[in-house]
Design a protein around this ligand. Structure first.
Ligand SMILES: Nc1nc2c(ncn2[C@@H]2O[C@H](COP(=O)(O)OP(=O)(O)OP(=O)(O)O)[C@@H](O)[C@H]2O)c(=O)[nH]1
Ligand SMILES: [Zn+2]
Ligand SMILES: [Zn+2]
Ligand SMILES: [Zn+2]
Length: 262
């Protein structure tokens, strides 16, 4: 159920195609009352769903904390390069920093196949019509992984810059990608997503010149909406900026590196 865009709110979508503009004589009083009533109900249901999700997110957080896991919730619009970024990361540091990945998509397990080919333990969640992940889905998926063996658990959310922002999954860090091909103004248009980010990754910087990406403008917009966020500029294709990201990740690990054991 999606409380922001109403995508799966059964029978409660606020679009009425019949017109009331001309004061037609047959009474719609009940109907109007009904509509109002529905609207309030929709909001009430939505708040209950979010409150329940928040409780389950806290449960997830406790569970992940007990496992000493660093948990990332990776978010962006479709095709911004989440999977490519994670493939590169697992290839580069997966042997040093054991990483598991939960990936959400409406349909197909393509991303899970790509990610497990890169060497990560991977679980796919197919959500059907639901355009975001929720805490209970994440817990069920996480229980399919051997969490004791992992240092990092990554959740690749459904490609969507809107409603996933409303769903805490129990993560430590929200990582929001903005690719150079989607426009410098996205942080201004999707403020909720950027306001909740601890990390913003500008992705596909190898394409920046070709699309005349205005880097200064993008940085300004990100800083405006997400002054709290650490910003990285990366290319998963060419590898620029990835080392800086790995340094940040290393600093936030909950487990000390295996190599220090004598
Ligand atoms: N040139 C270039 N292309 C990239 C880069 N990262 C991703 N791509 C391409 O962008 C397209 C989308 O990348 P994905 O990694 O599938 O994007 P995603 O965010 O996981 O997409 P969804 O899961 O569908 O939301 C693919 O064709 C990638 O090869 C990059 O750093 N440089
Ligand atoms: Zn939605
Ligand atoms: Zn993906
Ligand atoms: Zn949704």
């Amino acid at each position: 159920m999606c409380t922001n865009c109403g995508c799966s709110v059964v029978g409660e979508v606020g679009i009425h195609s019949h017109s009331h503009e001309n004061g037609h004589s047959h009474s719609h009083e009940n109907g109007h009352h009904h509509h109002h009533h529905d609207t309030h109900q929709t909001i009430a249901v939505g708040q209950a769903v979010l409150a329940k999700n928040d409780r389950l997110a806290e449960r997830n957080r406790g569970y992940f904390m007990a496992k000493n896991l660093l948990v990332l919730n990776v978010l962006s619009s479709p095709g911004s390069g989440k999977t490519a970024f994670l493939e590169r990361m697992v290839q580069d540091i997966g042997s040093r920093i054991p990483t598991g990945i939960i990936v959400g998509d409406l349909e197909t397990d393509n991303d899970a196949v790509r990610l497990s080919n890169s060497g990560a333990a991977t679980v796919q969640i197919t959500t059907g019509t639901v355009c975001h992940l929720e805490s209970d889905m994440v817990l069920k998926a996480a229980q399919q992984l051997n969490l004791d063996r992992l240092d990092v658990l990554v959740i690749e959310n459904v490609g969507n810059l809107v409603c996933p922002a409303a769903y805490d999954l129990g993560e430590d860090l929200r990582v929001v990608l903005l690719s150079v091909t989607e426009g410098e103004d996205k942080p201004l248009k999707y403020p909720t997503m950027f306001k909740s980010a601890q990390v913003v990754i500008i992705s596909k910087i190898d394409l920046a010149e070709a699309v005349e990406f205005d880097r200064e403008k993008a940085l300004e917009n990100i800083r405006k909406m997400a002054p709290q966020a650490t910003i990285f500029e990366v290319s998963s294709r060419k590898g620029q900026g990835m080392t800086e990201w790995y340094g940040y990740l290393q600093q936030h690990l909950k487990k000390s590196p295996v190599s220090t054991i004598s």
